[in-house]
Write a protein that binds this ligand. Structure first.
Ligand code: XMP
Length: 509
């Protein structure tokens, strides 16, 4: 296991990723972690991350310097290296020249962190401070034109430092450097696999839960589906999944969820039909934010009422992922890992005195997909495009009515069928229809029509923070348009959304 001490760098998730990719388990902790906690974790190596602060500032984040004296190999990256230097009596100063971007790294010898790496190689720098004096015992192992101390090592104490960022792709041999640290210096084994993770997770859930009961809100998304199946494999019928049909789902979605989970996977599932209630509360509401708030509140009420019926439940399970956990870990030694709760059931555990279990807390999204595959979740559930909690309601501009929902649902079903058939479904981040309840004139069979507009939205994205509209083939767009206009009553015009995010968003509301 590798411990990553988080000094607040934007690249920390990437360090964790790289370690995991090398099939070594890792955990991230704030600098305030105590030496006894580190000892209990017994890591094979410690990585001190980068961070935005300057070590010579008064309130800069610091770890207990004793972390450098445990006999455990340490790799300091950027600020992490500067902390190490400062703690051991060296000097760090504001650099005469700041260095951001590519730099040519000149490696002294192909050894240690640089085993297998000779001569010059591109690295990625992002620092305003530099080491001007190294503490006794260290030698400089690499330099760049602007940074005379670009890498250091004290082989006796097994302490290493890199001024640049080996975790970012721009550092061409960065992966090799991290691997050298993990395998050559720390002696880690490549033992982190999905199979071992699944086995340990199931055993851990069994140990934690015993014969008590667990509730889980099943949404149909990958995270809650994998969570459900994993817990089901651990405790069987003692898990109850609550599936709220808010009436804002896509065509056949609710039925498919019941069928897949209830019948094929034999998961204990409670289906709550609440479409009428949601629609009633949304009547006359046109403001997007009000819609979202109403849907969030009603969901909570419906979920809570159902959850209360399971009187002997002790746990609430959630599909929180690692990025959510990391985002909420304070870099400056604040409270450890305040969890960013699921947007829908956030307040529930406290209110109902339930304990949280989050078996995916340590995984990234693609790892969750691999885990799903490992434990036998059907492909159709693993490879689902994201679907927002408020569902179709935020894809109908203006008031949500039963009639409008029916139109959108049909149009969306046609669109998805075509996208699936064309092989684009997995390639796109999201693809869906939006109902623009504005009427325009058309002509069908010599008759004048006056009907609604469907907008087609298809985007590529890696994390939903930014997105670009997908350049779908014209032939495919033509077929989608043709079929929607022919098959969906109430629509006589289809348009394609060619806006990127930012400045637009993915959803229309
Ligand atoms: P926007 O529209 O902000 O969406 O570009 C970014 C991503 O988030 C999804 N989304 C939601 N997901 N509850 C969710 O679970 C919501 O209220 C919600 N709103 C937007 C959206 O589909 C896209 O993937």
């Amino acid at each position: 296991m590798i411990l990553i001490v988080d000094f607040g760098s934007q690249y920390n998730q990437l360090i964790a990723r790289r370690v995991r990719e090398a099939r070594v388990y890792c955990r991230i902790a704030p600098p305030a972690i105590s030496i006894s906690e580190v000892r209990d974790m017994a890591p094979e190596g410690i990585i001190l991350s980068g961070g935005p602060a300057s070590i010579y500032e008064k309130n800069s984040p610091r770890a207990d310097p004793a972390i450098l004296e445990l006999g455990i190999p340490v790799l300091g990256i950027c600020y992490g290296m500067q902390f190490m230097i400062d703690a051991l009596g060296g000097v760090v100063k504001a650099a005469g020249r700041r260095e951001y971007g590519f730099a040519d790294l000149r490696v002294a010898r192909p050894e240690g962190i640089f085993a297998g790496i000779r001569g010059e190689t591109a690295c990625w720098m992002s620092h305003g401070d530099s080491v001007t004096e190294t503490p006794a015992g260290f030698e400089v192992t690499a330099t760049t034109a602007n940074t005379p101390v670009a890498a250091i090592a004290d082989n006796d104490r097994r302490l290493h430092g890199l001024q640049f960022h080996p975790e970012v792709a721009h550092t061409v041999r960065g992966k090799q450097m991290l691997k050298n640290f993990l395998f050559e210096i720390c002696g880690c084994k490549r033992s982190w696999t999905m199979k071992s993770f699944a086995r340990e997770a199931v055993a851990h859930i069994r140990d934690t839960v015993g014969d008590r009961k667990v509730i889980l809100g099943l949404s149909g998304g990958v995270d809650s589906s994998v969570t459900a199946l994993l817990i089901h494999q651990a405790i069987g019928r003692n898990l109850t999944c609550i599936f709220v049909d808010n009436g804002l789902l896509r065509k056949n979605e609710a039925a498919q969820m019941r069928e897949r989970f209830g019948r094929h996977l034999d998961v204990n599932i409670r289906y709550v039909r609440a479409g009428g209630r949601f629609l009633g509360e949304l009547k006359g509401v046109t403001d997007p934010e009000r819609k979202r708030k109403i849907i969030g509140r009603v969901f909570m009420e419906v979920f809570e009422a159902e959850a209360k019926k399971i009187t002997d439940a002790t746990f609430l399970a959630q599909g929180t992922l690692y990025p959510d956990v990391i985002e909420s870990v304070s870099a400056f030694g604040g409270p450890t890992a305040v969890i960013k709760s699921h947007h829908n059931v956030g307040g529930l555990p406290k209110k109902m005195k339930l304990k949280l279990i989050e078996p995916l807390r340590e995984l990234f999204k693609d790892e969750v997909r691999r885990l799903g595959k490992q434990i036998g979740l059907p492909e159709s559930l693993i490879w689902r495009q994201p679907f927002p909690g408020p569902g179709l309601a935020i894809r109908i501009l203006g008031e949500v009515t039963a009639k409008r929902l029916a139109i959108l649902r049909e149009a969306d079903a046609v669109l998805l069928e075509e996208i699936r058939q064309s092989g684009y479904y997995r390639k796109l981040w999201q693809s869906f229809a939006v109902l623009v309840p504005v009427k325009s004139v058309g002509v069908m069979g010599d008759q004048r029509t006056y009907e609604h507009i469907i907008a087609v939205r298809a985007v590529n994205s890696v994390d939903a923070m930014t997105a670009d509209w997908a350049r779908l083939p014209h032939k495919l767009l033509a077929r989608i348009s043709n079929r929607i206009i022919n098959e969906v009553r109430g629509v006589n015009r289809v348009v394609y959304d060619i806006s990127s995010k930012p400045p637009s968003t993915i959803e229309w509301e």
